[in-house]
Design a protein around this ligand. Structure first.
Ligand code: PMP
Length: 315
């Protein structure tokens, strides 16, 4: 129920050529996102090594999918769950976490947003004890993707020339980069960033964006920039428009970060050619109240309006 997700080959036209990229459908995991892999691995390992004891509170600062996953895992293993999250994420995320019985503390932008969530989660653990997952720092986050996501990727696609994905905690990108480079040291690892929130390109830009799940405004400690060969900037409107196109032209209902990853993969294919892989971290159901359902006015220079999806095949 977690992992062994399908890999698909997507065929599309861009600049009058038929091309393809590969992606893993991570919404097949039990709570609907790639974060199930990391949460399951971290919880299991920390139970094994004695850091989590029976009935311990599970505590985390998260912008959504990790909270959903942890809440479900806590319910299953009978641990109370405490989630600290920004109030500016989609309503569906907050409601889903509550539906699994977790305790949710919401923090507004004025109260300090994500930074305050982290501070409150730390303070809660100090006062009441329990296990703080600390996904932005926990090394098992990378191992979960190295042993899970990336091991499956290199089995499904033996030679990979490039891998592109956004950075939330960086667990996905780092775990996949390490494994893919073991198989092909020349593989190009591309980090995808919102064009209005980029920490890896010069000059840095720090602003709002709509690609929920990535770019929380700081570079996570897990990210080793030495493993990143390229940075691809994506506009919100293009990420949303391509996610809408995947739904309308292929029947693939995905979230906005999947849109960003898809476009990042297409741009990496345009830049280096060869076999390019990415992941679709979650599906569209958590975004029904967001801009994902609003029509986008694409400008003349839009890349997405030059892309037409043709078909997909399961690998
Ligand atoms: N997309 C979505 C929808 C996510 O929830 C996350 C996790 N925050 C990511 C992408 C990025 O994954 P990672 O934390 O492994 O960098």
């Amino acid at each position: 129920m977690i992992g062994n997700t399908p890999m698909i080959e997507i065929k599309y036209t861009y600049k009058n050529q038929i091309r393809k990229i590969y992606t893993k459908l991570e919404f097949y995991n039990i709570t609907g996102s790639i974060k199930d892999r990391m949460v399951q691995y971290c919880i299991q390992k920390n139970i094994e090594n004695g850091n989590i004891k029976e009935g311990d509170a599970l505590i985390e600062a998260t912008s959504g999918n990790t909270g959903i996953s942890l809440a479900a895992m806590g319910a299953r293993l009978q641990h109370p769950v405490y989630i600290f999250m920004p109030d500016f994420v989609s309503k569906e995320r907050i409601e889903l976490i509550k539906s699994f019985g977790a305790n949710v503390t919401l923090v507004s932008k004025e109260e300090g947003g994500y930074d305050t969530c982290i501070r409150l989660a730390d303070a809660f653990k100090q006062e009441y004890g329990g296990f703080r997952l600390d996904q932005f720092k926990h090394p098992y986050n990378i191992t979960a993707h190295y042993q899970g996501t990336a091991t499956e990727i290199v089995k499904q696609l033996p030679l990979i020339d490039g891998f592109a994905s956004g950075i939330g905690t960086g667990g996905t990108l780092m775990g996949c980069a390490l494994k893919i480079k073991e198989n092909n040291e020349n593989a190009v690892i591309a980090a995808i960033e919102p064009s209005t929130m980029t920490l890896l390109s010069v000059p840095k830009v720090i602003g709002d964006h709509q690609i929920e799940g990535i770019a929380d405004g700081f570079m996570p400690a897990l990210v080793d920039t030495e493993l990143i060969n390229k940075v691809i900037l994506i506009q919100d409107i293009e990420a949303i428009a391509i996610a809408q196109k995947l739904a309308k032209e292929l029947g693939l209902g995905v979230g906005i970060s999947s849109g960003a990853n898809c476009l990042g993969g297409i741009l990496l294919e345009e830049a280096i050619g060869g076999t390019i892989c990415t992941v679709f971290p979650d599906d569209n159901k958590k975004y029904l109240s967001t801009k994902l359902l609003e029509e986008q006015e694409l400008g003349e220079e839009s890349i997405v309006s030059q892309i037409r999806f043709l078909s997909y095949e399961i690998m």
